[in-house]
Design a binder for this molecule. Structure first.
Ligand code: ADP
Ligand code: MG
Length: 602
């Protein structure tokens, strides 16, 4: 009998490997650009013709290759990056398998020109379908220039499978973006059919993100940073209101390499839980740094799925890091208040004791008197901002809310004020002037946030306040609904409820004082509704209850508020950790900027 097993010729083996590594033109770009990065380049240019079908060219100014290396680089398992199996556990380079060039050369017409800085002459190699056509000395710039033509020319099935040029080019762009977002210190350019798509100068990370996605993205991002012994997490996360239904702008990187990580994605989503409408995806650019021997990048041929040794712990750290970053968005209005960089909105609560300024009012002040005259005599009025000593605190707290410094130019009588200038509009919004314009607060959503925080707080605090029902009302419920209330009962008790469960009804015997004016039936209906809606979300039942009650208990639209009430909403809102969003993720605060106002009076 004849033996059947034969070794495949190299060219065939390479083609098979190519099937795995090179799925489409974008994969070639990824491999070549990563090689250019590994070569220490600081300028990398990519030229594409016809979605990569006709030409893919990558030019770098990196270390280049010797004559022999240029030839060797196309051998299977030829790599300068690892020498033994142990090296696999401390990979710092983008590539390491040594199969990319061999694969590409087996399914395309490849021309390589390369020169090391120290060599006078470079070398040019042409390989087509794994066969070396020629190699000769050339004069060329130092660095490496790969030109790939006729991709998949000898694999008709693959070539046919390619989508139209614009689809392939979209894939190229997303591979390109994943790489450039990791290397802001490298200059990149991308051209398609001779037109420039990207020209990215060296920059810092934030600038790079803005060069790639447009300037408009920058104000929508907050930075995150967490440093622990097992991992460093840094980068940027997007404002909840800029979240979109589609996926795309979610990026994880590990040690400067793009990765997909559904589990970590979940950690991010958890952090956004209470502030993002269901089905929306936030933007994020999150960079992890971890010791290479605590991760395994070897589990997938295209190396985008990565396993971490401490996944569980990192999940927690990521979640809290993102939460902390989200907290920064509360300071968005503070950008407006920012006059001296010391304004910290959350301290502006009723209980944070500070002394209002003593303002001298000159009742005889005559605004028609000229400035000279008025200053020649004793000052007739003084502005709080000038009373440095007594008002230091005050100034810091109110820097943004107050009569702004511009008003110094217009002589006005300043009346003593402990509170903000608050106005109500249409029984719906609370308005107040701030440094940057006119702030509008949605009264109902603001109150929802305030109540939500106080309910969440009562879970953790021992001294629970509860109020007895004067006329306990019996509410009839179906069997299913009764079961739900029964399940929620512990949480309800923690919130200050006392509910008596009967066979076919419940009676609310006591409730949290915030819900004093709310019809018990409405509370129970809301709870049940929310539970059914949120059955498949991972909001905790407790949070669900808190949301329902906040919605039920919040001041309604149309309710006229007194000055004191508005002040209370205002103070308490800014004492919450997240004043900008209601617990269901809706916007609470909006500011009409000074520019917009000026525009109207043009
Ligand atoms: P890997 O990147 O996994 O090592 P590749 O097949 O992508 O394998 O590349 C093989 C080798 O060719 C690399 O290890 C490197 O030594 C060399 N090489 C490839 N591209 C470049 C480049 N642009 N500049 C310098 N050397 C390169
Ligand atoms: Mg490589």
């Amino acid at each position: 009998m004849i033996d059947k097993i034969k070794l495949l010729p190299d060219a065939v083996a390479n083609q098979i490997a190519a099937g795995e590594v090179i799925q489409r033109p974008a994969s070639v770009i990824k491999e070549l650009v990563e090689n250019a990065v590994d070569a220490g380049s600081d300028t990398i240019t990519v030229n594409i013709v016809d979605g990569g079908r006709t030409l893919i060219q990558v030019i770098d100014n990196g270390c280049g290759m010797s004559e022999t290396d240029a030839r060797m680089s196309f051998e299977r398992h030829a790599t300068s990056k690892i020498r033994n199996a142990n090296d696999l556990f401390c990979i710092r380079t983008m590539g390491f398998r040594g199969e990319a060039l061999a694969s590409i050369a087996s399914i395309a017409d490849v021309k390589l020109k390369t020169r090391r800085p120290e060599d006078e002459l470079g070398t040019e190699v042409n390989i087509k379908g794994s066969k070396v056509e020629y190699q000769e000395a050339v004069s060329c710039p130092s660095g490496t220039n790969f030109a790939i033509r006729s991709l998949f020319y000898n694999v008709p099935a693959r070539r046919k499978f390619l989508k139209n040029d614009s689809t392939e080019f979209r894939h190229i762009i997303s591979e390109f973006q994943r790489i450039v977002l990791c290397h802001p210190d490298i200059e990149f350019a991308l051209h398609h059919n001779n037109s420039e798509i990207y020209n990215l100068p060296k920059a810092n990370l934030k600038q790079r993100i803005s060069h790639v996605f447009g300037k408009a993205i920058v104000p929508k991002l907050a930075s995150i940073k967490t440093n622990t012994s097992i991992v460093t997490i840094g980068g940027y996360i997007g404002k909840p209101e800029n979240a979109r239904k589609k996926s795309g702008e979610q990026y994880f990187f590990i040690n400067n390499r793009y990765m997909r990580h559904p589990y970590f994605h979940k950690a991010v989503m958890n952090a956004y839980e209470q502030i993002l409408p269901q089905g929306m995806l936030p933007t994020y650019f999150i960079y992890f740094e971890a010791d290479p021997d605590t991760i395994d990048i070897n589990i997938h041929p295209t190396k985008t799925e990565i396993k971490f040794e401490n996944e569980h712990a990192i999940f927690q750290m990521l979640q809290s890091s993102v939460k902390e970053g989200l907290g920064k968005f509360n300071l968005v209005p503070s950008i407006d208040f920012e006059t001296s960089g010391v304004v910290d909105i959350p301290v502006l609560s009723k209980h944070s004791g500070f002394n209002p300024p003593q303002v001298t009012i000159n009742h005889n002040f005559n605004p028609f008197e000229s400035q000279e005259q008025s200053t020649s005599s004793k000052p007739k009025y003084s502005y709080p901002t000038r009373e440095k000593k007594e008002t230091e605190n005050w100034e810091q707290l109110y820097a943004g809310f107050d009569l702004s410094t511009e008003q110094k130019e217009t002589p006005v009588t300043v009346s003593e004020r402990k509170t903000n200038n608050l106005f109500q509009l249409k029984g719906k919004y609370i308005l107040t002037p701030v440094k940057s314009g006119l702030m509008m607060i949605d009264q109902k959503r603001a109150h929802e946030r305030i109540l939500y925080e106080s309910f969440i707080h009562s879970l953790s605090s021992k001294d629970l306040v509860t109020q007895k029902s004067m006329f306990p009302q019996k509410i009839d419920l179906s069997h299913d609904d009764l079961l739900i209330v029964e399940q929620l009962n512990n949480d309800l008790v923690a919130l200050g409820f006392k509910i008596k469960l009967d066979k076919e009804s419940v009676t609310i015997e006591a409730y949290p004082p915030e819900l004093e004016n709310i019809n018990p039936q409405e509370i129970i209906d809301g709870l049940l509704q929310n539970c059914r809606d949120c059955d498949n979300s991972n909001t905790s039942p407790f949070e669900n209850i808190a949301i329902t009650m906040a919605k039920a208990g919040a001041i309604k639209y149309g309710q006229v508020l007194s000055q004191d009430e508005m002040q209370e909403v205002f103070d308490k809102l800014f004492a919450t950790p997240m004043p900008n969003y209601s617990p269901t993720g809706r916007i609470v605060i909006s500011i009409i900027s000074n520019d917009e106002i000026l525009e109207r009076f043009k």
